[in-house]
Design a protein around this ligand. Structure first.
Ligand code: RRO
Length: 305
């Protein structure tokens, strides 16, 4: 079956991507060798978010397991723009799939610097603008405000013709209004959901479990919320939607497509099984076949009403 989809001008072999920050392709290649590049689980690779300067990330503990989910408070550890370009990009460019680089700045100028330096690199197919990380102490999260999102995307749109994907937060009353703002600003696609703000309490000491106090919830626990937000956003924008939130099976992926997503991403499931993406793709193909559907496009939007 032809599972091909087009997102932001990128022709992808199938609709299954990874969620940013949930799959370390460089470490996976060290562990699995070249077979990983030959049998890469995703149709495009989305990098962990990078920032202009290196960051150590949040103090431990950074993870907490919940019923059917996980709270993370990783805090954007990364080598910074220079470190990424000099040491990670050459390795990521060897992957057999298009590379999408996720970037996040605290202020408009930081986003500018990232886009100006990352977008011209020919190894990079598209950028994801992370306007939705719940784990930084920067005050305003751009993606919580439609006007801020519109201004940011419109200004960055002038810097590059490369596809821009805007990663939306679920921590707003109406994600569709932020999605519409991103589209008006010139985004080529939106992706959602990032994690839901969450807290874990140490049951003995009765104080916050996570080193940074709070974090973001992901995994099957958030799937129904993600599906509704994907449905609401897909109903309001013309640009493609990349849906994610607790995708673990082909049936889950198909539900996101039925809700209106053009592509889906596997996130938390990658931590348990690095080949989850491949399994989700195979199961998705079976699910489509079983229903006599010719490909993802025929299923898209069936549950959108
Ligand atoms: O690094 C993180 O703590 C993080 C990021 Br950048 C994000 O976008 N979403 C998330 O749950 N964690």
């Amino acid at each position: 079956m032809d599972l091909g989809v087009e997102i932001a001008g990128l022709r992808l072999n199938h609709p299954v991507l990874n969620g940013s920050g949930t799959f370390d392709a460089i470490a996976a290649r060290r562990a699995f060798g070249d077979s990983l590049t030959e049998r890469f689980p995703f149709s495009a690779f989305v990098s962990k978010t990078i920032t202009p300067e290196p960051r150590a990330g949040n103090p431990p503990p950074r993870l907490f397991e919940t019923p059917a989910g996980m709270i993370n408070s990783i805090g954007l550890p990364n080598k910074g723009l220079e470190g990424f370009l000099s040491s990670d990009l050459p390795a990521l460019a060897e992957l057999s799939v298009p590379l999408i680089v996720s970037v996040m700045g605290k202020r408009q100028e930081e986003f500018f610097r990232l886009v100006e330096e990352v977008a011209p690199r020919e190894e990079i197919a598209a950028l994801e603008l992370n306007v939705s990380c719940p784990n930084v102490e920067s005050g305003l999260i751009v993606g919580e405000e439609p006007e801020e999102t519109l201004t940011l995307v419109r200004d960055l749109r002038r810097v590059t013709a490369k596809p821009l994907i805007v990663k939306l937060t679920p921590n707003v009353a109406e994600p569709a209004s932020v999605a519409r703002a991103a589209e008006r600003g010139g985004a080529d696609a939106v992706s959602l959901i990032n994690t839901l703000k969450a807290t874990a309490v140490d049951p003995e000491l009765l104080r916050p479990w996570l080193g940074a106090g709070r974090g973001g919830l992901s995994g099957p626990a958030v799937r129904a919320i993600a599906l509704e937000q994907v449905r609401a956003v897909a109903a309001e924008v013309e640009i493609p939607v990349i849906g994610m939130g607790g995708v673990e099976t082909g049936a889950d992926a198909l539900a996101f497509i039925a809700a209106g997503a053009t592509a889906v991403a596997v996130g938390t499931a990658n931590f348990r099984d690095p080949l989850a993406g491949e399994r989700v793709r195979l199961e998705l193909s079976e699910e489509l076949c079983r229903r006599g559907l010719s490909g993802p496009a025929e299923a898209r939007g069936r549950a959108a009403a």
